[in-house]
Ligand binder design. Structure first.
Ligand code: ASP
Ligand code: MG
Length: 408
């Protein structure tokens, strides 16, 4: 008999029939003698509708009230789910975040979970009930409702699994697992059986949308095994777990890409102490996150500084920087929005040589120019022209043998 935490996303509970389907699946597991805790998202599209409503009311909704509003989406799902379970002849109990005792900090819209009480959930499980919990919400110290940020139900599920010491945390979604890359652009993408927390973190931060990034951080910290799988099939999905020796045999496990960044170059910057700080401080103050940074000497005493920012921040950054450039006596600011970042990821890179070389050669064979490179222990990213993204992903996928899992 296991204690299982399952989480179903918005598309899995998007209609009455779908909620009934989820209830049936949960009851199947309950009948095997497992104790079931089910975290639900709002029905698909509902959170967006609530945000939209708030913006119809006012251009700049109060953040406390916006959280009160957004938290209602999940309340609908858990109530309907519990009704479904009961109508099928089993006992159930729905609980909101505050009823469970999910305590967060006070950052509305992006609150972090600080503490979870487990008494109430265990009491309900004792009574042989299927417990459902509203995802994405908690209560701060002063008793205000908070939400955890978009996609936050994943975090609720993983945090619940950690607090309850569940045997597994199953994240049910509309795809069958975590793929080596996006199957929409690379039909040969393969579902992975296992992926390490570190790799999943890289994939998530580089744009893979299967799991919300904070949930992976949580899982890693508390060593919660996550099983990502589809609501609509019984197929085994992908296990996200701590790194094993075996994983090192595989050099590259996945390829991610991001088309949401733009590149900015400030040319002929006087090469002296304090210049990088002068350039980046105004950006940081404006809340603009800078990603890759490359600096190199162009002429004696002068340097070029190139970096990437989110496309959404591009125009704002260019405006700021043209003033900054004048102030520090740089030559000019150049911008390019038509770029993409393609990254290969794998814990095996730590122990294998020649991975970067292979990536560069593969791109060179297709005449794809690399504009920037950044590396970490388990990742190599290249910035290329945006129009080559799909091609780059496909040739790299093939070069590293990802489609059949054989590794070179
Ligand atoms: N309903 C919330 C959202 O749409 C939380 C979640 O689905 O995980 O972001
Ligand atoms: Mg989600």
């Amino acid at each position: 008999m296991a204690l299982i935490v399952q989480k179903y996303g918005g598309t899995s509970v998007g209609s009455i029939e779908k909620i009934q389907n989820v209830a049936k699946k949960v009851i199947e597991e309950h009948k095997k003698g497992n104790r079931m805790v089910v975290v639900l998202s709002a029905m698909s599209g509902e959170t967006n509708k609530l945000i939209e409503l708030a913006h119809q009311m006012t251009a700049d909704p109060d953040t406390r009230e916006l959280d009160v509003l957004m938290a209602t989406g999940e309340q609908v799902s858990i109530a309907l789910f519990s009704m479904a379970v009961k109508s099928m002849g089993y006992d159930a109990c729905s609980l909101l975040g505050f009823q469970v005792g999910i305590r967060t900090d006070q950052i509305y819209g992006k609150a972090r979970i600080q503490d979870i009480r487990t008494e109430r959930v265990f009491q309900e499980l004792e009574k042989n009930r299927i417990v459902s919990i509203a995802g994405f919400q908690g209560l701060d110290e002063e008793g205000n409702i908070t939400t955890l940020g978009r996609g936050g139900s994943d975090t609720t599920a993983v945090a619940m699994a950690a607090a309850l010491k569940a045997d597994v945390c199953e994240i049910y979604t509309d795809v069958t697992g975590v793929f080596t890359t996006d199957p929409n652009i690379c039909p040969r993408a393969r579902k992975m059986d296992y992926i390490s927390y570190e790799e999943m973190l890289e994939m998530a931060s580089l744009g893979a949308k299967v799991l919300e990034i904070r949930s992976v951080e949580f899982a890693k910290k508390f060593n919660v095994p996550i099983h990502v799988r589809s609501t609509f099939s019984n197929e085994r999905g992908t296990m996200v777990v701590s790194e094993t020796k075996d994983m090192e045999k595989i050099t590259v496990s996945g390829i991610a890409f991001n088309k949401n960044e733009a590149r900015i170059t400030i040319s002929k910057v006087p090469d002296k102490p304090g210049i990088a700080a002068a350039i980046f401080n105004p950006l940081v103050k404006a809340g603009i996150v800078v990603d890759m940074i490359v600096q190199n000497t162009s002429e004696e005493g002068l340097t070029d500084l190139t970096f990437t920012v989110a496309k959404a921040d591009f125009y704002k950054s260019m405006k700021f920087l043209s003033d900054v450039a004048k102030g520090i006596g740089a030559e000019k600011v150049l911008g390019d929005e038509n770029i993409a970042k393609v990254s290969i990821i794998g814990v095996g890179m730590r122990t294998h040589a020649g991975v970067a070389q292979k990536m560069f050669t593969t791109l060179a064979k297709e005449n794809i120019n690399i504009m920037m490179i950044s590396t970490s222990e388990i990742k190599i990213s290249c910035v290329i022209e945006e129009k080559y993204t799909e091609l780059a992903v496909r040739v790299l996928h093939e070069a590293f043998g990802l489609e059949n899992g054989t590794q070179i």
